[in-house]
Ligand binder design. Structure first.
Ligand code: ADP
Length: 357
């Protein structure tokens, strides 16, 4: 009687361990597949089933439901030689090309080689792979952007060393080019550091009431000289004492970038108009220019880092190609957005929407 009660309790605890194990494997985000020696699928979890789009897999054979040769090969190795593999594989899941780190290992029950199974675990590394690609592209862009002014600086220094120093007119001109290129590198490094800090989540906004009209005037005063040289006029349509709740320094950065571009990409004798309205609880600031405009094919990518419609021209104007990416991030830090409408040859309107954070 006592023995049978003990057996019952061992049986119960075995069952509850099994249920626990099953529950754990079912809730894993990684796909798990176990196959038997004859390739019949012995067990799989929901993640694996949704990965391959299987609704029901009982008693099916792996080779009938998985076409990918790399996956089959990894299982074959585990079953036939007891080998372990780690492979990067690509699978099309719901029309999306996803990347997995697949690890397959042999699984023997009670140490019996005769009854060897194989277990495969699919780790989704798509996001990591994409991030790595973005990081590599960013590094290569940064190197390229830094190399251009540096090459120019070195070339002009060499020219000066080779005799141009004796020619006062030219030497001043060359020194000016060197200084402008060094400033560009400085500007670029500032923008890169700023963008990295924002993307790393190191920048927080410290919102307070900001007198918008005054801030816009202050920003314009830093651009007025450049604008006057090109005959670009300014129209501030924001009512006096309009107050928005935002981080003053960050909002100033947004305005410097947008107003700076509106001057840079304007035509001779053009104008820049800044206006404000409150819409559905959002502060909407519009910066409109009468410049060259942006062709429709560029519009979807204009806020990407280093994206420019004309790289040579942007560089010539002292641009880094990072201004709009910074604006986008700063707007998002205010739980807002930035968007653009543009007509080629007529001008562009950049609209920043900021929530009262
Ligand atoms: P940049 O340093 O080149 O100004 P931005 O990120 O600020 O970099 O802008 C990216 C690109 O978007 C610019 O090189 C330019 O091609 C385009 N652009 C930005 N603002 C305007 C504008 N107001 N009018 C026309 N093109 C613009």
């Amino acid at each position: 009687m006592k023995a049978s009660r003990e057996l019952e309790s061992i049986h119960d605890s075995f069952l509850s361990s099994l249920t626990l194990l099953e529950g754990m494997i079912s809730s894993l985000r990684e796909g798990v597949i176990v196959i038997a020696k004859d390739w019949q699928i012995f067990a799989s979890n929901p993640a694996a089933r949704s990965l391959f789009g299987w609704s029901k897999i009982d008693s099916r054979y792996l080779q009938d439901v998985v076409e990918n040769e790399e996956i089959r090969q990894a299982f074959r190795l585990a079953l036939e030689t007891g080998g372990r593999t780690e492979t990067k594989i690509e699978i099309l899941v719901n029309f999306d090309n996803r990347v997995y780190d697949l690890r397959v290992a042999p699984l023997s029950f009670a140490g019996s080689l005769e009854d060897r199974h194989a277990i495969g675990i699919f780790y989704d590394i798509t996001r990591l792979e994409r991030l790595e690609k973005v990081r590599q592209e960013f590094l290569s862009n940064v190197s390229h952007e830094l190399r251009t002014p540096l090459t120019s600086i070195l070339a002009f220094v060499e020219t000066l060393e080779n005799g141009a120093l004796e020619d006062p007119d030219n030497s001043h001109r060359f020194l000016d080019v060197i200084r402008r290129n060094a400033e560009r590198m400085h500007h670029l490094i500032d923008d890169i550091l700023e963008l990295s800090a924002i993307e790393a989540g190191k920048i927080t906004v410290n919102p307070q009431p900001v007198d918008l009209s005054r801030l816009v005037e202050e920003v314009w005063s830093t651009l007025a000289e450049k604008a006057a040289k090109r005959g670009v006029t300014f129209l501030n349509q924001i009512q006096l004492e309009t107050s928005v709740f935002a981080d003053t320094r960050r909002l100033e950065q947004i305005l410097i970038n947008l107003l700076g571009n509106a001057v840079k990409f304007n035509r001779e004798g053009g104008s820049v108009t800044v206006s404000y309205q409150k819409l559905n609880g959002l502060n909407q600031i519009c910066v409109a220019d009468t410049g060259e405009g942006i062709a429709p094919e560029h519009l979807p990518r204009i806020f990407e880092r280093f994206y420019r419609t004309d790289t040579a021209r942007s560089r010539e104007l002292g641009g880094t190609g990072l201004g709009l990416a910074i604006v986008k991030h700063l707007a998002r830090l205010h739980r807002g957005e930035v968007r653009v409408e543009s007509t080629l040859g007529k001008g562009s309107i950049f609209t920043v929407e900021l929530a009262d954070v």
